[in-house]
Every structure is written in structure tokens, then in C-alpha cells.
Design a protein around this ligand. Structure first.
Ligand code: PLP
Length: 396
């Protein structure tokens, strides 16, 4: 079935028609100079989106998960110790991936709904005077719980402890929709994918390595082949790939970065903040609470909404799909059945958000929750009327 409804899952996100068309290309010889005209601006565009000048960007045919694997296998050795926090499904899965690669993980257990515990990190790093910890992992935006962590504060904790560990950051559901500053925050490896903030089909792992991470990549001894950034760097220097690149997706990535940069990154972030605030206004009007435990943690790209005790939150998602043909996100792991998620990253406008709020509202009323039809929509409308820019810029 073909649906024209927007999706409200936190990835894959809605694809602007212009990006779908850009990704759909006739065969191009990836060893020709034509390919270089796609690759070079795509890489340069990603650098700007990630706010890095000194970092090197690599794009692998893969997904965000492959980006995690790229980050660790290129910078660490078998048995290396890494510090991580488990506070949602994605941080949990990154820890699992590390263990399966033979890393030792010092795991700080957090509540699902809290952010990365910066104070605990600082205490652990300060106590690690032998510098056994080689890398610190941060999930910038926990997509399972709708929680944004403070990456800059983790950098300050590392610096305060005078600890040389690398800072590896999962920005899969934040980059290109929420502010991300690779250089300012001293991020050593940033990980993203194509199907979230970049508004493309799934299929690309997009990573950036700092000079320090590149130096580590020359020495690291974890096995890697497909994801070896040394091979990729050699390929890029010669204008190509060590294997067949997904040319259409890369052409999409080139255009996606152009769209983001022409809208203006700060405008993009402001748009997501405004959309998210409207959704949060609706949630408050419904008398429901977010999974995120405090306001400073609220994500501007996904809201995980707690439903009343005894109610299965997944029913909302199932019902909205079946009756209204609109996709919301289910709760994952520890919060399965307790929350449903509204994804609001990537290509989205205030008006699209209103349709998602209205649909969630219909589904909840259908299922007997004590919510008045239109209440959340009205709260969001009030917010958007007050907060929307007076003029919309049309991309040329
Ligand atoms: C989606 C997501 C991933 C996994 O990415 P895939 O592209 O599904 O492999 C990892 N981390 C976060 C925070 C995500 O939102």
C-alpha cells in the first residue's frame, strides 16, 4: 500500500521528494570524475553539518549500527576498556556491540529517562589515574527515551580529570536536526546514519574522525576490513572508494547537506525546537508525562510519552497504524508498553506535526483514554501561532 501520510517514527524519517529523486540515479561509473563531483561536496557538506573543520568524514554503505562498529574497531584494541552509560535501548545496544567485539565495558547503569551521568563519568575518570579507560561513549540523543545528553559537559569532565580517553558520540538521531558541535565539544568520533536528520533512505553510516581518532586508527588492532577508515581515506585521496559506493545515496547526501545549509543550520535547529515544544504542549494538555525526567533533557527530535498505569502504550501505535495509517514509535526494552514515541526529526513542519498530534489524540480517545479531542492540537496551535517565523524562506 502506498500512503501519503507522514510518518512519526524516529527514523527512518520523511523524505522530501527532491531527495528521493536525487537518490534515484542511473548507473554512474564510480571510477569516473563524475563520481568525484558527488563525493567531494557530500563530504564537505557533512563536515559543515557536524561543525568540524579538523575532522575527516567517511561514509560507508551501512547504517548507524555500522557507524558504531566503525568507531570502535578503528580506534581500539581487543580488551580495551571503555566507559559507557546504559539509559535506553540505543546506549544498551552500543554496549552490547562493544562486548561482542571483545572490549571491556565499564557500564554505569542509569534510569531510562535520565541522561548520561556526567558526575559519575567525572568521578570514574578521575579515579582512573592509570588511564586504563581508552574511550568514553555518549549517546547524544537516546531515541528510546527522548533524552538529550550534554556532550560538552562530558568533554569538560574529561578535561577536568585530565584524562586522555577518546570521546565517541552516537549522534544518529541528533545530527542535522539538533545542534551538534564536533570541534567545540572535542568529539573524537561522531556517528550518524542517512535515514534520520539527513532525510534520506537508510543505507549510509556517516562518521567523522578527529585528528586524534585518525592517529588511533593507524595503531588500533581490533579486526576490521570493510569499515577500515585507512582504506577509505586512501580511496578518497584517489577520488573514489575501496569498493562499490552507493552512488545514488551519496548524491542524495550531497543535496541533503545543501538543503540543510541553505535553510541554515540554526534555523533547522530552531524549527525542530519549535515543533518539539508544540508537541510537548500537547502532551501536557493530555495530562501525560514524558519519559525524560527533567526539562533540560527534553529531546527536540523525539518525544517518548508515558501512558497511564495499566494501559499498554503499544496499543496506540498499533491502532493508529491500522485505523489511520500513521506510524508512531513503540516503546523499546525497559519502557516497552509504557511509552509511545512521536518522532519529529528530519523533514517536518509545524503543520505536519499538527497532523501527528491530531492522529495520536484520535487513537487515544478511540482507546478510551480520558482525553478531550482537540485539546492537544489546540495547545500546539497556540504554540505554533506564537512561535512560527512570520516569513517562510523558500529554497531556490
Ligand atoms: C537509529 C539509531 C541507531 C541505529 O541506527 P541504525 O541505522 O538503525 O543502525 C543508533 N543510535 C541511535 C541514537 C539511533 O537513533
Amino acid at each position: 500500500m502506498y500512503s501519503q501520510n507522514p510518518v512519526f517514527i524516529p527514523g527512518p524519517t520523511n523524505m522530501p521528494e527532491i531527495l528521493r529523486r536525487a537518490a534515484d540515479m542511473p548507473t554512474v561509473d564510480h571510477r569516473s570524475s563524475v563520481f568525484g563531483q558527488i563525493l567531494r561536496p557530500a563530504l564537505a557538506g557533512v563536515k559543515k553539518v557536524m561543525k568540524t573543520e579538523s575532522g575527516e568524514v567517511f561514509v560507508f554503505p551501512s547504517t548507524g549500527t555500522g557507524g558504531w562498529e566503525t568507531a570502535i574497531t578503528n580506534t581500539l584494541d581487543p580488551g580495551s576498556l571503555v566507559l559507557a552509560a546504559r539509559h535506553g535501548m540505543f546506549s544498551h545496544r552500543w554496549i552490547d556491540l562493544c562486548r561482542r567485539h571483545g572490549l571491556e565495558v565499564e557500564t554505569v547503569e542509569g534510569i531510562w529517562g535520565a541522561g548520561v551521568p556526567v558526575d559519575r563519568y567525572e568521578a570514574i575518570l578521575t579515579a582512573d589515574t592509570a588511564h586504563r579507560i581508552k574511550a568514553v561513549l555518549v549517546t547524544h540523543n537516546e531515541t528510546a527515551t527522548g533524552v538529550r545528553s550534554d556532550v560538552a559537559a562530558v568533554r569538560r569532565a574529561l578535561d577536568a580529570a585530565r584524562h586522555p580517553a577518546m570521546l565517541l558520540v552516537d549522534g544518529v538521531s541528533s545530527i542535522a536536526s539538533m545542534d551538534f558541535r564536533m570541534d567545540d565539544w572535542g568529539v573524537d568520533v561522531a556517528v550518524c546514519g542517512s535515514q534520520k536528520g539527513f532525510m534520506l533512505p537508510p543505507g549510509l553510516a556517516i562518521v567523522a574522525f578527529s585528528p586524534k581518532a585518525m592517529a588511533a586508527a593507524m595503531r588500533a588492532t581490533l579486526p576490521r576490513a570493510f569499515f577500515d577508515v585507512r582504506d577509505m581515506a586512501k580511496g578518497y585521496a584517489a577520488g573514489g572508494y575501496p569498493y562499490t559506493p552507493p552512488v545514488g545515496l551519496l548524491n542524495g547526501l550531497k543535496l541533503a547537506t545543501e538543503l540543510l545549509l541553505s535553510e541554515g543550520l540554526e534555523t533547522v535547529f530552531a524549527r525542530h525546537h519549535r515543533i518539539a515544544a508544540g508537541i510537548r504542549a500537547a502532551v501536557a494538555e493530555w495530562g501525560l508525562e514524558l519519559c525524560a525526567v527533567s526539562e533540560d533533557l527534553y529531546s527536540d527530535t523525539v518525544s517518548a510519552i508515558r501512558t497511564p498505569e495499566g494501559f499498554n502504550a503499544t496499543d496506540i501505535v498499533t491502532h493508529a497504524a491500522r485505523k489511520y495509517d500513521v506510524a508512531f514509535g513503540v516503546g523499546l526494552g525497559e519502557v516497552a508498553g509504557k511509552v509511545f514515541r512521536i518522532g519529529h526529526l528530519g523533514s517536518l513542519t509545524d503543520v505536519m506535526a499538527l497532523s501527528g498530534i491530531a492522529t495520536a489524540e484520535m487513537a487515544m480517545v478511540d482507546l478510551g483514554l480520558d482525553i478531550k479531542l482537540g485539546a492537544g492540537v489546540a495547545a500546539a496551535q497556540d504554540h505554533y501561532r506564537a512561535a512560527s517565523p512570520a516569513e517562510i524562506r523558500v529554497a531556490a
